[in-house]
Design a protein around this ligand. Structure first.
Ligand SMILES: [Zn+2]
Length: 369
């Protein structure tokens, strides 16, 4: 789709035949870290007889940061390679897309964790001068998925991917809220595509929670589909609403304080709980606003908070803000101000507009601190 080869492992000596054909006679610059090297090396073995040359860069950082040091190192070592292959998830995928775009070389990713939905996006989250910024990048030519590899990802990385996916229930409802209330245009195709993928994940949650490779296929499919849905919509509306704004708000705070940033999907999972609880509170209190009847019909269809909590707990993923080092003050500040992160109408904007956020802060602190 859209010229991107999303390829699942085939049985046979060559696991990714389409990719392998694509890089025939190329000079490969392969990049990994100490956690993903063990997945990269067997793939390089398979490629040895097909490609012209392979050079490998392994980052030895315990927690690789996509900053000047990391992409500088890649630019320094890429040499005359004409294809960048990374093995990883969020950080390495971003580095591959960013450096590839910068140097005008195609890049591919061997996915090692189902932790986020940015595999095929055309932007990259890069740290520059201590600030995290979203920079233009390019989509990878290939995303290579071996479900058995993905199934070995640490539980909290699977939990992060699940959190990012469950967040779509809220982002879609935020979009519908903006339509029902303010007349913002919807894109039905991207909504249908997203919800189908997310429903499939929920329906197969037992397999995912059991780290069954077949379950990982559903999760990876949903994470990739969410990326397509954004391309179809022409923006990130189907994938990102108030739950993402809370996550980005905290992220800026972690970065400002120089603290390690918890995985994106973990913060999104928490933000999803917060936003769904707000929607439910609005409905229970029968708060009136333009289009509220239609919104409240949709609230009925949202997954229950206790079910989300049970799923995240099974995946060893935080269900309270304390677990990720957020204080009560910061949580309150986030609730009151996260709507400022970007100009996009969400349930957080509605609460601001109706001046109701302060009324729900105690309930949310009680539930999720
Ligand atoms: Zn996300």
């Amino acid at each position: 789709m859209f010229g991107i080869n999303v390829e699942y492992k085939k049985d046979g000596a060559v696991r990714f035949p389409e990719f392998t054909a694509q890089v025939k006679d190329k000079k490969i610059f392969a990049v990994c870290d100490i956690n993903t090297e063990k997945y990269l090396l067997p793939l390089l073995d398979e490629l040895k007889s097909t490609v012209k040359d392979i050079r490998v860069l392994t980052f030895h950082d315990e927690e690789l940061v996509p900053d000047e040091h990391a992409y500088g190192k890649m630019e320094e070592e890429v040499g005359d390679a004409d294809w960048i292959l990374v093995a990883g998830s969020g950080t390495l995928n971003d580095l591959g897309k960013y450096v590839g775009a910068k140097l005008g070389k195609p890049n591919s990713t061997l996915a090692t964790a189902p932790s986020m939905d940015g595999y095929i996006s055309t932007v990259a989250a890069i740290m520059t001068e201590g600030r995290k910024v979203t920079l233009p990048a390019q989509a990878p030519k290939d995303v290579l998925i071996d479900p058995e590899v993905v199934a070995t990802a640490p539980a909290h990385m699977v939990g992060a991917g699940v959190g990012d996916i469950l967040g779509k229930y809220n982002s879609i409802l935020d979009w519908k809220l903006a339509n029902y209330k303010n007349g913002e245009a919807l894109n039905d195709e991207s909504i249908a595509l997203t919800l189908k993928a997310v429903d499939d994940v929920l329906a197969n949650m037992d397999k995912i929670m059991g780290y069954d490779p077949q379950g990982m296929v559903y999760l990876m499919d949903a994470l990739i589909t969410s990326g397509y849905a954004m391309v179809i919509a022409g923006n990130s509306r189907p994938a990102s609403g108030g739950e993402h704004h809370t996550s980005h708000y905290l992220e800026m705070d972690f970065v400002k304080k120089g603290l390690p940033v918890p995985l994106h999907g973990i913060k999104v999972g928490l933000g999803t709980l917060v936003c769904i609880s707000i929607y439910r509170w609005l409905k229970e209190n029968n708060i009136q606003f333009n289009g509220c009847e239609k919104v409240y019909e949709e609230v009925e269809k949202l997954p229950k908070e206790e079910d989300i909590i049970a799923i995240l707990k099974r995946l060893n993923t935080p269900v309270t803000y304390t677990e990720i080092g957020v204080s009560e003050d910061l949580l309150k500040e986030m609730l009151l101000n996260a709507y400022t992160v970007r100009e996009r109408y969400t349930v957080l904007s509605l609460m601001k507009e109706l001046d109701l956020m302060k009324d729900v802060v105690p309930m949310l602190v009680e539930k999720y601190l």
